[in-house]
Ligand binder design. Structure first.
Ligand SMILES: Nc1nc2c(c(=O)[nH]1)N[C@@H](CN(C=O)c1ccc(C(=O)N[C@@H](CCC(=O)O)C(=O)O)cc1)CN2
Ligand SMILES: [Mg+2]
Length: 306
């Protein structure tokens, strides 16, 4: 654990929130992974991640490019599969089936969102649970909810890592999650529950939502609305995690939290950009390396390197 990451300082009234630095933490995770990848390569295994992008969504292209860049920095082999916007669901299913059977591939990721003719649920169901680096397969979701996680969705995993690295306690704390998506809100709730937090999930139909957020020791906001949470909605000293990524009128990337007002009230706060986002990609790399390590333990070698 690196000393510079975690502040032992406790928050006091009138102080600005301590920034939870996702860029720094992601750098540390990636450095640790470089060593693990090098160890694997000595055993004849090169971790391999396949990323599939269907269509030409601009933001997705940026995220996918970043995934390949970070993987290559660490020494993970990647395969970049681009399919046209009008790809039929069956074509994607056939591709996944081939990749499931390929022993050189440790992780398969289909970038979301998908074009409307493709049912994302059919696709996540088709990826072999042992290669599901996104943790979206129902089997992996079930294991997570039974407190026996096999593969974690990357954004919640990255959020959990902040708590661990900054020594922020979870047991007995009241965590309020704003948003109930399959990618963030629901798995986040399971993960926090597994760490003994008391969890409330809120969403668009929740009555008196702001009364709940004001009671939160830990507030996780993933609702997709700029400035949805302000300082008035936050308990003094709370840990606030901003998962939002919205473009404001000036085209600037902003979260779901009004950062300048929440900064005055919260004890700890993730910035946007540079908070949760970089950790999502770091966790994807960690999961890919874990799957490759697991393949060693199962006696499955990476054929191209063995
Ligand atoms: N199959 C998946 N699809 C999607 C996921 C996912 O986890 N699996 N999550 C998001 C997109 N995403 C990764 O895929 C992602 C989004 C943003 C970032 C990030 O680092 N953001 C930066 C800012 C980037 C910018 O300037 O635009 C930050 O917050 O600092 C990483 C990953 C939906 N799809
Ligand atoms: Mg299904």
């Amino acid at each position: 654990m690196l000393k510079w990451l975690h502040s032992k300082k406790s928050w006091r009234w009138g102080e600005m929130a301590v920034k939870l630095d996702g860029k720094k933490l992601a750098t540390k995770v990636k450095q640790d992974l470089e060593q693990k990848v090098s160890n694997l390569k000595q055993k004849g295994i090169t971790p391999k991640l396949v990323v599939i992008l269907v269509g030409s969504d601009e933001a997705s292209q940026v995220y996918v490019r970043n995934k390949h860049r970070v993987a290559q920095q660490i020494g993970i082999e990647t395969q970049d599969i681009r399919l046209p916007e009008n790809t039929a669901e069956i074509e994607l299913l056939q591709l996944i089936s081939k990749l499931n059977a390929d022993d050189t591939v440790h992780g398969i990721l289909v970038q979301l969102p998908l074009p409307k003719q493709i049912d994302a649920e059919q696709i996540t169901d088709a990826i072999a649970p042992a290669k599901d680096v996104d943790g979206f397969h129902p089997q992996n979701v079930g294991h997570l909810f039974m407190n026996d996680p096999r593969s974690l969705p990357c954004t919640p995993a990255g959020i959990l890592r902040f708590f661990q690295e900054y020594h922020l306690p979870l047991a007995g704390k009241h965590a309020v999650i704003v948003g109930r998506s399959n990618i963030v809100g629901r798995p986040m709730a399971a993960l926090l529950l597994n760490h003994d937090a008391t969890v409330t999930i809120t969403h668009s139909k929740t009555k008196n939502l702001r009364q709940l957020t004001r009671q939160a020791d830990i507030l996780i906001v993933a609702i997709g609305k700029a400035d949805f949470i302000t300082g008035a909605d936050v308990k003094p000293g709370a840990v606030v995690i901003d998962v939002g990524m919205n473009r404001n009128a000036a085209g600037k990337l902003v979260g779901d939290v009004a950062q300048s007002s929440v900064d005055q009230v919260a004890g700890f706060l993730t910035p946007v950009p540079g908070g949760v986002g970089p950790m999502t990609i770091a966790m994807l790399m960690e999961q890919t390396v874990k799957f490759a390590e697991r393949s060693v333990n199962c006696g499955r070698k990476n054929v191209s390197n063995s």
